[in-house]
Ligand binder design. Structure first.
Ligand code: HEC
Ligand code: HEC
Ligand code: HEC
Length: 185
């Protein structure tokens, strides 16, 4: 019984360590860096034949998530929650709205812009290596080089879409995914 419990505990700790944590503050520069949405993405994920991921994202609220924090409504929400800094400078807001606000500058290439809010690499992982065509073409290779593929999309979405969000009321996965679906045709 005791062994069983400790096995479960070890599994749980392992799982917690592996699971995605938005805005994780203590991050060390890994081998992969964030390059931003205006690099490879502009060139490769734009065309109809690729599936227009760039357009879909630019027209989604994810690309605006930092700008949303720079509004009087956002500041009011932050103030009502007891924060003394403007929303766009409050780590407890930035952690879901902006990729990398709290990460070390060494994790980013100069092409990266934090102003882009929730961006491709918020969901797909830092792209400096997997963006290379020879790697990108081979999904397994891409995963070894930093690409994150989500098997349980709903669980991933709810790392941000949850009641910790001050404006949260519900998350209907099918409806929400339909609004941002960006499959390769
Ligand atoms: C890193 C945090 C984060 C993750 C992960 C995330 N989102 Fe979001 N999402 C946000 C934020 C922040 C907003 C609000 C942006 C704004 O309004 O400025 C948002 C807004 C949205 C919106 C617009 C809401 C509306 O009312 O139109 C949709 C749709 C959405 N997300 C879908 C998803 C789906 C589907 C997933 C999972 C595949 C997902 N999101 C994962 C942070 C996240
Ligand atoms: C809110 C999270 C989120 C954002 C932002 C996002 N994606 Fe995705 N993307 C996903 C999920 C979830 C999937 C489906 C499962 C997977 O492949 O991980 C996906 C799938 C894809 C696929 C695979 C399509 C297929 O059918 O094989 C490509 C290519 C892609 N995204 C590119 C991009 C690019 C480029 C951007 C930015 C312009 C972007 N994504 C932004 C979450 C996101
Ligand atoms: C746990 C992640 C998370 C945190 C923390 C978070 N947000 Fe958000 N925020 C979201 C998501 C997801 C959405 C879009 C859907 C929703 O309202 O839940 C959103 C939407 C918003 C919106 C747009 C609401 C609308 O109706 O269009 C504002 C404004 C906002 N957040 C401000 C803030 C402020 C200010 C803070 C800090 C006090 C904050 N958020 C912290 C995830 C988060």
């Amino acid at each position: 019984m005791k062994t069983k419990l400790s096995i479960i505990a070890v599994l749980l700790i392992g799982f917690a360590a592996l699971s995605f944590k938005p805005g994780d503050e203590v991050s060390q520069a890994g081998p992969f860096k964030y390059v931003g949405a205006n690099t490879c993405v502009g060139a490769c994920h734009k065309s109809d034949s690729q599936g227009k991921q760039l357009d879909i994202w630019q027209n989604s609220k994810h690309s605006q998530a930092y700008k949303t924090l720079q509004t009087p409504e956002a500041d009011k929400i932050a103030k009502d929650k007891g924060f003394t800094t403007p929303a766009a400078e409050t780590p407890q807001c930035l952690k879901c709205h902006v990729l990398g606000k709290e990460m070390d500058p060494s994790e980013f290439e100069s092409s990266f812009s934090k102003e882009d809010g929730v961006q491709c690499e918020s969901c797909h992982g830092p792209g400096s290596e997997y963006k290379k065509l020879a790697i990108m073409k081979d999904k397994e290779k891409a995963k070894e080089n930093g690409l994150i593929v989500h098997d349980n999309k709903e669980a991933f979405c709810t790392t941000c879409h949850n009641s910790e969000s001050p404006t949260f009321n519900a998350f209907n996965y099918d409806e929400m995914w339909a609004k941002i679906v960006h499959k390769k045709p």
